[in-house]
Design a protein around this ligand. Structure first.
Ligand code: PMP
Length: 355
């Protein structure tokens, strides 16, 4: 720490991203990326756009935003595209939380929420998941806060039905609900239509997972015109050119190729169910994940041992600290072939431990 660091930031604990090692032949199942390449249209349009990189991008991202709005059935000014969904989440902490209006989120959820709260110096409260690692929505009633709920949640993958979300939003008009749908495309229903009925819901999504564009950094938020206006105020006060030209073009390409996305999501859902079934047969306990990852623990072998046994076999999964989830690993769903290699490795580790 330099002697110039603001006292405001002295206790900030930054987010720890999953490893991105450059190891050859590694099966990378640790950061919930897609195992499939981006759409050919996305790649082509991004490459074409590279020729014009001497120019600034369109700060309003008009074409991409309009295409998204049309796809989602909302208006242009009900959408804001951002540099990954991390950026819109950060904007939401900046815009809608402060000392009086605290940020509230589960104790086991996307780790960045806590970092954003600390970074922006806002009050925050973590509410424990129940004994099944589920969010109890009753805990979020009557708060007058800004509530962040990942749906499906991470790292559990557990999904809450839209009727329950609607009930919470409609019965608590004094709280703003930010529903982080980073993993919604893996077989779940989105809360986006609710933004037409309620002014206290902001839905965020990303191109990182289902559209294979984690490296491009593209996310977006959908909410009432007034919420989006507030978020635009933050955007134009930080980085009006938050989406670079190649990313914008790739996003347009991906939206022109939604069949490719839905085909990939279907394959991932099938591989998820296949992997879950096999792990359960081996005695693993796993949450009912509706995301592109699973969260599983073995009753006898520690989470750390499984993580390191897999790593020795060039398979990388994510192991988190934290007492309640120490025995679990979060395993991103890859291709069926990758999951077969993963399952073979897990069988070997179990055999070794039984010796
Ligand atoms: N929300 C959740 C729940 C996530 O797991 C992630 C991915 N790490 C994000 C948001 C952010 O994703 P991105 O910035 O790549 O859109």
């Amino acid at each position: 720490m330099s002697r110039f660091l603001s006292s405001r930031l002295k206790n900030l604990e930054p987010y720890t991203p999953g490893e991105q090692p450059q190891i050859k032949n590694l099966i990378k199942l640790n950061t919930n990326e897609s195992p499939f390449p981006p759409s050919a249209k996305a790649i082509q349009l991004a490459a074409d756009e590279a020729k014009d990189l001497q120019l600034y991008p369109d700060p309003e991202c008009r074409k991409l935003t309009q295409m998204l709005a049309d796809k989602l059935g909302v208006d242009f000014d009900e959408v804001l595209v951002t540099n990954g969904s991390d950026e819109i989440l950060n904007f939401a902490f900046m815009a809608f939380c402060d000392e009086e209006r605290e940020a509230v989120f589960p104790d086991i959820t996307y780790g960045f929420y806590k970092v954003f709260a600390q970074l922006n110096g806002v009050a925050y409260r973590e509410i424990p998941l129940d004994e099944n690692l589920e969010i109890n929505l009753d805990d979020y009633k009557g708060l007058k806060s800004t509530v962040f709920i990942a749906n499906p949640n991470a790292p559990t993958g557990i999904y809450i039905g839209i009727c329950e979300i609607e009930k919470l939003v409609s019965e608590n008009p004094d709280s703003l609900f930010v529903i982080d749908e980073a993993y919604v495309d893996f077989g779940n229903q989105s809360a986006v239509p609710l933004i037409k009925k309620y002014d206290n819901i902001l839905v965020t999504q990303t191109f990182s997972k289902s559209r294979s564009m984690a490296g491009a950094r593209l996310g977006f938020g959908v909410g009432s015109k007034k919420l989006i206006q507030d978020l635009n105020t933050i955007k134009y006060s930080t980085n009006p050119y938050n989406i670079n030209k190649m990313t914008m073009a790739a996003g347009i390409g991906a939206l022109l190729d939604e069949d490719y996305t839905s085909g990939n999501c279907k394959k991932i859902c099938e591989a998820r169910e296949y992997t879950l079934e096999n792990l359960r047969e081996m005695g693993f306990e796993a949450t009912d994940s509706k995301a592109n990852f699973i969260f599983a623990k073995h009753p006898k072998i520690s989470g750390e041992r499984i993580y390191s046994g897999l790593r020795e076999r060039s398979i990388l999964v994510r192991h988190f600290g934290g007492a309640r989830i120490l025995e679990y690993n979060r395993i991103t769903i890859g291709t069926k072939e990758q999951m077969d290699k993963f399952l073979t490795a897990v069988r070997e580790i179990i055999k070794e431990e039984e010796k």
